[in-house]
Design a protein around this ligand. Structure first.
Ligand code: URA
Length: 270
């Protein structure tokens, strides 16, 4: 809540910027938690009815008063929609029509992927930031520049690596995506990995590692180890390393990320 003593418009703006409010979305504040509860509440009687098929697509939400899709239904719908995509281009198009994740409402752009989808290496980050949201491409801001340097150090670039995120829309104020947002978007990134079919998957940071590899240890202990990842059609090698944004804050850890990059180079050569 805004401190009551703030009356100067500059101070009010500064307060909002500090807590991560960096875009004006509506004239009046909306309680999205109350909306979600209201959407879930009427579901109770439905539970006793025989299950009905999940609709493949809903009519677009014409007004902001349209009821939000309950998270479980959205995750189911995401799974259905993602499984229908036979190519990455089709998946991209399908994702554009998906309205089940509330982040889409506040993001400027869908950030699907960058790089070469035929590359042997796929890197997956957490979620787009402000620069990525503006450009509609992953890792184009400061951490993207560092990622490019990391890739360059082992002879890779965006023509020889494919890059995406767990969540393809920017969370407002760069907050961490909620577990609900992550699980709604998960079927899409899993299908994206399956369709890209890389030989090596690199998870950038703990959220990506937890979500894709199911590893809950701290990133310091868990990074740098090759693990198996089942794409749905085959098993590939996956490794977690530090997120470039973390490396910008903790440059002392760069030596470990460097080791991970060398391990990737060795694996690519073998
Ligand atoms: N951080 C991420 O995890 N992904 C991006 O695309 C940019 C920053």
């Amino acid at each position: 809540m805004m401190p009551a003593q703030l009356s100067n418009p500059y101070d009010i703006l500064a307060f909002h910027a500090e807590i991560g409010v960096d875009a004006a979305l509506e004239e009046t504040p909306q309680n999205r938690f109350a909306e979600a509860e209201a959407a879930i509440a009427p579901m109770a009687p439905i539970a006793v009815k025989p299950p009905s098929p999940v609709p493949m697509s809903r009519p677009p939400a014409a007004t902001s008063s349209a009821a939000p899709v309950p998270p479980d239904a959205a995750a189911l719908e995401a799974r259905e929609m993602a499984s229908k995509a036979k190519t990455l281009e089709a998946l991209h198009e399908i994702l554009k029509t998906f309205d089940g994740c509330a982040l889409k409402k506040t993001a400027k752009n869908l950030v699907f992927a960058d790089g070469n989808p035929k590359a042997r290496v796929m890197l997956v980050g957490e979620a787009p930031g402000a620069d990525e949201d503006r450009e509609g491409l992953p890792f184009v801001g400061r951490s993207g520049k560092l990622l490019d340097l990391m890739l360059g150090a082992i002879g890779l670039d965006r023509t020889s690596a494919y890059i995406a995120n767990i969540v393809p829309w920017r969370p407002p104020g760069n907050r961490t995506p909620t577990p609900q947002e992550t699980s709604i978007c998960l079927p899409f990134i899993k299908r994206q990995i399956e369709l890209a079919n890389p030989d090596f998957l690199i998870c950038l940071g703990k959220p990506s590692m937890q979500t894709l590899l199911g590893v809950n240890d701290g990133i310091k202990a868990a990074r740098g180890k090759w693990r198996d990842y089942d794409t749905g059609t085959r098993t590939i090698k996956a490794m977690a390393t530090f997120h470039p944004a973390y490396l910008l804050r903790s440059p002392n850890e760069k030596k470990f990320a460097w080791r991970d990059m060398l391990a990737l180079k060795k694996a690519l050569a073998s």
